[in-house]
Design a protein around this ligand. Sequence first.
Ligand SMILES: [Zn+2]
Ligand SMILES: [Zn+2]
Length: 316
Amino acid sequence: MTIAATRRGFLTAAGAWATASLAGPRAVAAQGDAKVLLLGTKGGPRVNKGRANPSNLVVAANRSCVVDCGYGVTRQLIEAGVEAHEVRSILITHNHSDHVLELGPLVYTAWAGGLREPVDIWGPPPIKRIVASFLDSMAYDIDIRIEDEGRPDLRKLAQVHEFEVPGDGSVIVFERDSLKVSATKVRHPPLSHAYAYRFDTPGRSIVLSGDTTYSPELIALARGADVLVHEVMHLEGLDRLLSRVPNAPSLRKHLIESHTTTEQLGRVAAEAGVRTLVLSHFVPGDDPSITDAMWSEGVRKNFFGEIVVGRDLMMI
Ligand SMILES: [Zn+2]
Ligand SMILES: [Zn+2]
């Protein structure tokens, strides 16, 4: 992987900045280990200064897998030293806009950057319709560029694998080289399809929760994993957030029923027996008065392993 800019890179979990010229994300994970790079760690579709909207990159078995495509995913990848056209696998946890808003534009940008090989996109219904609608909206431009610039047809390169997970177990999404990716259904009402993903390599296992409330299915998927990246919600901070928005009552109801509080998260991590818990998808994600210690406090009541309070461009 060639990385040019000096500013590009990523944060280590200890908070040090690793420039991509020293070791790009894929080079770091080249030893049979999986690594996860947090691209955007703020939950929800609102766009602010500070944390970017949800997206992650898992690098394993020399493969770059984007998990979720919130607004800004392409720019965050570039900041980390990964060009859009290097991404061959995209997994979507669920079809809330903060997880898919930039899916189409990421694939389009990969194509604009010279993509000539298929990109595989996995996710729950109606992911097929979401991708097809985006490509349809860009048909005028795509047709012109095929004719004018000799590009392959993007509609044939974007391979969508829409799949359903039964409510009582996990499925294998794909197995390639030494990487196995599996999924389970999690609880994120009112959506009927929301998934968590597990990445297993010989050296390391990483689980990403997607959006979920306390979910026994997620605990089963994450059992014994080295790293669990899990969404988190801070209740007191949430109430401050809600005092600033017009649709507070219905938004609070949704958030309580479909997301995980800090105390609940400690239980999840302890019951799953994970080694390292990484907090991400922060709700609220734009309240600087909630310190890292405050995010960890509720989790620590139930979980005694390593806790990492995630930041954008942090690699674990
Ligand atoms: Zn979300
Ligand atoms: Zn969601």
